[in-house]
Design a protein around this ligand. Structure first.
Ligand code: 26Q
Length: 834
């Protein structure tokens, strides 16, 4: 990009060229000072590091922006295909560290700040996490964006700019208390508002049909309550390739600042109320809880995102191609991140038919050759459904289209299974009882040309279970795309010690080609390399220990084994099983049978959905047990339990480099993939896990000698369930009995009687869907094997190295290549090497 001519023309657009910005420390320093002084109007650097952070972001953003504009020019000039990743969540975390890494100016920025007497690390701490997601699904979207930009794939993220992201978690007497995440309060220097690309979104109203002079029927959706969608763009840089893609987040605004008529009539309150109602749409990220299902505001959010994004793309298309949509499907592809944006299917139909005059068949042809759907769950109760009644009032025209899709779809089903009424009922997009509801997953399947799961096991189970009928009808639609994580954030940036050690031995190619880590395999037995590997791990543990002490007040000894489970708190993830094992270790030490155990600190972190009482009880239980263990002198130096508060992306960046043991212990068949498992593996933690989600593929990659496997398999579970009797399992297992006795006796809640009754009862419930008791013995035995293995330092280090060495498949670079090869078929942008 550096040596292109001074001006460039693209159609009638004249682009003025500026000299490229320097990437050296001097240039970064002088630009940062410029922003600090002249834009932010601040005088001194050291007292308020936040302003220095903002200044450095602006200097960095300028360097991204010049590449961003080039990338967009390339995209506009070339006639290639693009993909749009539609997602209600983008869990981006902090951006500065990765922007510097990808631009290749980390050292330069650090040097620039040194001259001001400020540490780059302290400046990073000033950045608020962009917590626009709940967990895995949202973070996956963020990793995808990094990999697409690095691969030069033209992929735009479309999401919502929530005023309040994922809530902050505070602990009060061991209970989770939610606090608003006001991440935009001090301004967000990464975003650029693009008011000129605003769109209007309709809600409510009614549908009117009329005939034109030619006798053609037209459809008008009238008397609507309109809301503006304002886009804010965030640059997504590739790794040292001059490509910058876009994350476009929509914010809702009232169509008129005030409804003047109301205002003049004296009802100032009503005028402001209308404005508030519009802006409410993007006010807050919904936490994922079944209790949140069916909330009207959530449906508004989904439609708002789908409609704004599609209108944005169609407006672009129409500017260049008029009303000729013949090539549209060759140039665009929409990847739906779960069913949350699945309303894009009928919305694209509506835009093509009602606003661009296409007939059904043509519109359906375009829709079903541009939409692709990714499923992220196997829990039937987590499949989205929306009451038809809600659609009727909120989106009447969209509902008509869904009905028509259903009529035509059911006709196809009858042709395939003539006379089978049962299957019609089963596959209908409308669930009839107990309440009429729209099955969003079925809508997404019918409207898409590709449906994928996120790990091999998950995709197989989808086709055999939840979506069996559909897989039988359209076998070629279904495919697997195993998740990944970006090694730029999850190794290069968050674990500089390990990154340097690795690069020193095998070079830096792994940063864009993770399979290169295989070259570490021969080093796994090299005792010098092992020693260096341990030193890095130890330093990372020390760093995390300091962080934990500052957050919890508990000192942590970095010599102990770090046994870590961090993820959303959910029964299927079985933090409870981890807790039962912790109590067992405590009991062993108390009864004098703990001398062979390696000193271990168990770290559990994660947020519970605010309406999920059982998950919240688990948090309280963990904290109460922690209090007992951590204040017992007999446990000192031997066993510790810590609840890591307010777990988020930035916390994981400190945690995963420091973990020895990664807990991935969900009930088999429940975790679609997991991605934390991959971050830990990449950073040299060994996994203790069930045969669930991507654990299956991790086990395959490292071999069973480097993985602690336990638990019932998906195949075994149904038979065990038939005669499942947790009480007899407890009765027949001395260790389990003792653990339950401590719980029953209120050992961890002396002054709070009864508060854990429902948690304890769930373990004993023959109907327990998560079958915690069934896997207790297997888990305890596997943990015992872990404890023994950990004491052989050299062989443990070997396992650790091999886990990292075999993590190559779990890069989102591979995942994105797979999506592109099988679903998107995009050509790479040629920036950087042009
Ligand atoms: C639904 C209705 C109303 C409000 C919120 C929601 C909602 C929001 C988020 C439902 C689900 C989610 C998030 C799900 C999620 O994170 N799933 C995880 O996706 C990962 C990436 O594929 C997988 O690795 C995990 O296994 C899966 O649990």
């Amino acid at each position: 990009m550096i040596d292109r001519p001074e001006t460039d023309s693209l159609g009638d657009v004249e682009l003025l060229r500026l000299p490229p910005l320097g990437l050296d420390a001097d240039s970064i320093l002088s630009d940062s000072i410029h922003y600090h002084r002249r834009m932010l109007g601040r005088r001194t650097f050291r007292t308020h590091e936040h302003f220095l952070y903002q200044a450095l972001v602006h200097a960095t953003r300028d360097r991204l922006t010049e590449r961003w504009i080039e990338s967009r020019t390339d995209l506009a000039r070339g006639q290639g295909k693009r993909a749009c990743y539609l997602s209600l969540e983008f869990l981006m975390g902090r951006l500065l560290r990765n922007a510097l890494l990808n631009l290749g100016i980390t050292d330069e920025a650090s040097e620039a700040l040194d001259r001001l007497g400020v540490k780059l690390e302290d400046v990073h701490e000033q950045e608020h996490d962009a917590g626009l997601g709940n967990g895995g699904l949202g973070r996956l979207a963020a990793c995808f964006l990094d990999s697409c930009a690095t691969l030069g794939l033209p992929v735009t993220g479309y999401g919502i700019r929530y005023r309040f992201g994922m809530f902050h978690q505070r602990l009060e007497n061991g209970y989770q208390v939610e606090e608003p995440d006001s991440w935009l309060r001090e301004g967000y220097p990464w975003e650029i508002e693009r008011i000129e690309r605003r769109q209007t979104i309709k809600f409510g109203g009614k549908v009117k049909r009329f005939k034109d002079s030619m006798g053609r029927v037209h459809i008008d959706w009238i008397d609507t309550h309109d809301v503006l969608a304002i886009p804010y763009d965030i640059p997504i840089p590739g790794y040292r390739n001059d490509v910058v893609n876009t994350l476009r987040l929509w914010s809702a605004a009232a169509t008129d600042e005030f409804d003047l008529e109301e205002f003049n009539a004296g009802s100032y309150g009503d005028a402001v109320a209308a404005k508030n109602e519009a802006e409410n749409i993007t006010m807050v990220l919904y936490p994922n809880a079944e209790t949140e299902n069916g909330r009207e505001l959530r449906l508004r959010q989904q439609y708002f995102l789908a409609s704004a994004s599609l209108q944005d793309i169609i407006a672009d298309w129409a500017r260049q191609n008029g009303n000729d949509f013949d090539q549209f499907a060759d140039k665009y592809c929409f990847q739906l991140n779960d069913t949350h944006p699945a309303i894009a299917v009928p919305e694209l139909m509506r835009l093509l038919m009602d606003e661009h005059g296409f007939g059904w068949d043509k519109a359906w042809q375009v829709t079903t050759s541009t939409m692709a759907y990714t499923n992220h769950t196997l829990l039937p109760e987590a499949l989205e459904t929306w009451p038809v009644a809600m659609f009727e009032t909120l989106l009447p025209r969209v509902l008509e289209i869904i009905y028509e899709i259903n009529v035509r779809f059911l006709a196809e089903v009858s042709r395939h299974w003539p006379g089978d009424l049962e299957i019609l009922k089963r596959m209908s997009l409308i669930q009839e009882t107990p309440e009429k509801k729209i099955r969003m997953a079925y809508l997404a399947i019918v409207g898409s040309y590709s449906v994928n799961g996120v790990a091999a096991l998950h995709s197989k189970l989808l086709q055999q279970g939840l979506f069996r009928d559909f897989a039988e009808l359209w076998p070629t639609k279904f495919n697997n795309k195993t998740n990944g994580v970006t090694q730029r954030r999850w190794l290069a940036a968050c674990n500089p010690g390990l990154a340097d050690l690795i690069s020193g031995r095998i070079g830096e190619d792994w940063v864009t080609d993770l399979e290169q880590l295989e070259k570490l395999v021969p080093l796994a037995d090299d005792s010098d390399f092992q020693q260096e590997w341990r030193t890095v791990k130890q330093d990372n543990k020390t760093r995390l220990a300091a962080n934990i002490e500052s957050k919890t007040g508990y000192p942590v000894d970095p010599e102990m084994m770090f046994d870590v489970q961090v993820k959303r708190i959910h029964e299927y993830k079985r933090q409870l099983l981890n807790v039962l094992h912790t109590i067992h270790l405590y009991d062993r030490i108390v009864r004098g049978d703990g001398d062979d155990l390696p000193p271990r600190v168990i770290i559990i972190g994660g947020k519970a959905a605010p309406g999920y009482d059982m998950a919240k009880a688990h948090i309280k239980l963990i904290n109460n047990i922690a209090e007992v263990i951590n204040t017992d002198p007999a446990m000192r130096g031997r066993l510790q339990l810590l609840f890591y508060p307010d777990y988020n992306v930035s916390a994981m960046e400190l945690i995963c480099p420091a973990a020895d043991l990664s807990e991935q212990i969900s009930t088999a068949g429940k975790e679609a993939s997991g991605t934390g498992n991959m971050k830990f593996m990449m950073n040299g933690a060994v996994t203790i896990g069930t045969l669930d989600g991507a654990n299956v593929e991790i086990l395959e990659a490292v071999g069973d000698e480097n993985f602690f496997l336990f638990g019932l398999t998906v195949e075994e579970i149904p038979a065990v369930r038939e005669t499942y009797d947790p009480q007899s399992i407890i009765d027949n297992d001395r260790d389990f009995r003792r653990v339950m006795r401590l719980l029953d006796n209120g050992h961890f809640n002396h002054f709070e009687p009864g508060i854990f009754d429902s948690v304890i009862a769930a373990v004993r419930d023959p109907q327990d869907p998560w079958m915690t008791a069934a896997d207790f013995r297997g888990f305890v035995d596997a943990q015992d094997a872990v404890g023994r293995a950990y004491q052989d330092t050299s062989s443990w280090t070997r396992m650790s190295i091999l886990n990292s060495a075999r993590s190559g498949r779990f890069s989102t670079d591979r995942t994105m290549r797979d999506y592109n090869r099988d679903i998107w078929h995009l050509e790479k942008l040629n920036a950087g090497d042009s």
